[in-house]
Design a protein around this ligand. Structure first.
Ligand SMILES: Nc1ncnc2c1ncn2[C@@H]1O[C@H](COP(=O)(O)OP(=O)(O)OP(=O)(O)O)[C@@H](O)[C@H]1O
Ligand SMILES: [Mg+2]
Ligand SMILES: [Zn+2]
Length: 349
């Protein structure tokens, strides 16, 4: 799968340029902090960056081993290899979603007192750190403040508010934010090149716009388009439900039921993806709802339609329902058609 095959493997491949620079300068400073908190939305590179960090400081062929000036991991030495394969006893990954209790954290603390076996540093990567219970966080406090010289903790979370302030203040916080469009396009170009794909640059931008600001979602979407062989901008647009001509919501606003159902039929015949279409409609409806209340979302112009507040709320409910029903229908297009029919019926009353 693209998103696993092209997981960043070294600093240079972290396409989130701010994060890449921050981590590189920390590595170059040589005075390493002993606890980090990586904060950011799903699929923005927290886990990948934590592994790269662990490789960099333990690599046997870079400046940490006294060879040259680069802090990049070589990805070929024994240490880099074992960290990549998750077989290093010195780099421990723990998923706090399933290991959140006091006993598990105590075991981790005990383990952190052991010296590294093959590496210079032991690195503990704690994913979903916000899931750790309060007791367990308290137990961790002292170790986080003064861990053994050779230990580094990297806590990763999508939800910083749920990490106690006392923990936050003992960590160097690196904010991965949401994936920026330009950075996502950079990642998509990297993947396309490695896969020898001929893709219109405009399509890469379209994918970036439809990836919920996540590198992982973007890589998955690119792969889906490759599998479906939709590699021109036009095909991609159709597939994603952003038909070049008129948006479904515009048709719904201006035209009658027959024309709207015809639009849907054409969309379906052209091989459009219903799930993406509904996701996109819901996103547009939300923008319209905000705009109706005087709130503008940056970068996005609302569609040129004029639904009342009541209609907007009804549409959101109907399309939300259609989305949920996608899982249970033998004919994929039916929930969407029903949503539209229900909307016209409610308009008559
Ligand atoms: N900064 C990035 N540069 C390039 N690709 C990235 C980046 N971040 C994520 N990806 C892509 O997304 C995939 C998932 O990344 P990763 O597991 O590091 O994200 P995460 O922030 O830990 O997500 P989650 O919160 O869901 O665990 C990677 O395998 C890679 O394909
Ligand atoms: Mg992760
Ligand atoms: Zn190495």
């Amino acid at each position: 799968m693209f998103y696993l095959t092209y997981r960043p493997n070294k600093l240079e491949e972290i396409d989130n340029s701010n994060v890449q620079k921050t981590i590189e300068s920390i590595l170059k400073s040589k005075k390493l902090p002993h606890a980090f908190l990586f904060v950011g939305q799903k699929g923005t590179g927290k886990t990948s960056a934590a592994r790269i960090f662990a490789k960099s400081i333990n690599c046997l062929e870079n400046s940490f081993a006294g060879k040259g000036t680069s802090v990049e991991p070589c990805n070929t030495c024994k240490n880099c290899h074992s960290i990549d394969k998750s077989s290093s006893s010195d780099v421990v990954e723990m998923d706090a979603a399933s290991h959140r209790g006091i006993d598990e954290v105590r075991a981790l603390i005990k383990e952190s007192s052991l010296l590294p076996m093959h590496c210079d540093y032991r690195v503990f990567i704690i994913d979903e750190a916000h899931m750790i219970t309060n007791d367990a966080f308290n137990a961790l406090l002292k170790t986080l403040e003064e861990p053994p010289e050779t230990v580094i903790f990297i806590l990763a979370t999508t939800n910083m508010e749920k990490v106690p302030k006392t923990i936050q203040s003992r960590c160097v916080i690196i904010n991965f934010k949401k994936a920026k469009k330009d950075d996502v396009v950079k990642m998509l170009k990297r993947v396309s090149k490695a896969e020898n794909l001929e893709i219109e640059p405009k399509l890469l931008e379209l994918i970036a716009n439809n990836s919920e600001e996540s590198f992982r979602d973007a890589a998955k979407l690119l792969e889906e388009l490759v599998i479906q062989k939709k590699l021109t901008f036009k095909e991609g647009e159709t597939y994603l439900g952003i038909l070049g001509k008129e948006h479904l919501l515009e048709v719904l606003h201006k035209k009658d039921l027959k024309e709207t159902l015809t639009w849907i039929e054409e969309f379906s015949t052209a091989g459009g993806n219903v799930k993406y279409l509904i996701e996109q409609i819901l996103e547009e409806l939300r923008i319209l709802l905000l705009a109706k209340n005087g709130i503008r979302k940056e970068e996005r112009e609302p569609l040129n339609v004029n639904f009342s507040l009541i209609e907007l709320s009804r549409l959101i409910k109907l399309f939300q329902e259609a989305y949920n029903n996608l899982k249970n229908t033998p004919v994929e297009i039916i929930p969407l058609e029903i949503a539209v029919v229900d909307f016209y019926n409610s308009r008559k009353n």
